[in-house]
Design a protein. Sequence first.
Length: 317
Amino acid sequence: MTEILENHVPADLSGQRLDRALAIMFPEYSRSRLKSWLLQGNVTVDGQTPRPRDSVAGGELVIVKPQPEQSVTSRPEPIELNIAFEDEALLVVNKPAGLVVHPGAGNTRGTLMNGLLHHAPSLETLPRAGIVHRLDKDTSGLMLVGKNLAAHTALVRALAERDISRHYLAVCAGVLTGGGKIAAPIARHPVDRLRMSVQERGKAAITHFRVKERFRAHTYIDVQLETGRTHQIRVHFAHRRNPLVGDPVYGGRLAMPAGATEELREELRRFRRQALHAARLKFTHPVSGESIDLSAPPPQDFSNLLQVMRADAEKTG
């Protein structure tokens, strides 16, 4: 059973709307959720249930009865998960390429969410089964999941405030001369609704990158997200005409260096997913306050791609 919360309204909140005061007093829950509980009668102020817009005077006793909610309707499935970290508050899963995160049209079963619900059934009461941020189906790597409402709310807030550091490894077309920053707003493509694109009216999107290794026609890069728009890394590098290797949506034609080895030709032709891996997550634990810094090496297909590119560079160099 969820613990009942009690607190007195601080004097410095006198005159504030009740729903705003609640959000300040109980920051582990979102303002909208607290307002919902208030409207349901699960929040009382000196024994009464006032309206969200009513003002507080200061000193009132507030009692909150957090309510579990059936936020997810997906069915649990015994899907093997590669857990990189787990405790009572959260878990981090290393998602393989090819695994869909959320059920949807054509993917109602066999998703990461189905596997998470089997692993931790209590996640059914959380928005999106506690998933804090998503990865595209064919992007591999680390994903963060809150295991209770307070942890999930705190992590979502930290992500919005850019307090969670996310590093990716990628291989793009073209030989980059150095690292840099891409600041280009992103919005849904005006014609193809399955794609995103750089547009002036889009939401601000910022990507930082540095060169790890150069090959004859490609570059191995470390990418850090400052914002987290849909397909951000893929769209940004395609926009600067350095699309990620294998990207089926934004990739365009293969970047094949002159005189490429047969091994490289074959590898580039069969690598049909974006060469993108969420390699590192760094964040503050929402309960203990300790710094969590997790890394995951790229999967075998990504490592093979790098190995073949190195071999090509050595043979033709």
